[in-house]
Design a protein around this ligand. Sequence first.
Ligand code: SF4
Length: 236
Amino acid sequence: MERLTYESWFNCDDDFLIDNPSKGALNVLKWAYETYEEELIYACSFGVEGIVMIDLITQINPSAQIVFLDTELHFEETYTLIDEVKKRYPQLRIKMKKPALTVDEQAEKYGAKLWERQPDRCCYMRKVIPLREELSHATAWLSGLRREQSLERSQTNFINKDENFKSIKICPLIHWTWNDIWNYVKEHQLPYNDLHDQGYPSIGCIPCTLPGDIKTGSRAGRWANQTKTECGLHGK
Ligand code: SF4
């Protein structure tokens, strides 16, 4: 297959077979690292899908580049998990990417608790711009999106033309279910965020994450009581 870029994009999902134990994920990752090498970044939130992604990635590229968007508003449990991951996969290059403004500087400039009044603006400054800066050195990026997570994500393909970042977005886990993810975690005894055992299916920044009922979806508890469902990295 020719080297895909944002400019030369065409749909090539049919090239990846899904009738195998990783439902196509390992084939997609192998192709991605062979195609993009150092121009490929994984933007990891260290949720449970992220842990599976890291374990799969390290089977292909043990020293892969990982970016964590460190909004400085994450739970202590998330930082603890990142330390555990660093110990388990010592060759990984994990970058803690911070926004231009600290939380205090943001409050001084835009008022306290911007996430309550203008969460899209807060996400834009603390997540979208930092990822855009990182992707300026990359041709493609990886994400752990799964189709069953939400209506918005149900149309995701393995290889996507990413209009948000003018990039190629590669999503190896699109065919995995919630049970597939947890079965893999247990089978491989992977570390995961303690908050998952305390009723949080999905974990983001402290002010915008509550426990949630998994029956209402694996994104339950994110921006609860708001219409917002995405942070802006994957569209609205
Ligand atoms: S998830 Fe909430 S606190 Fe985190 S960047 Fe977005 S609006 Fe701000």
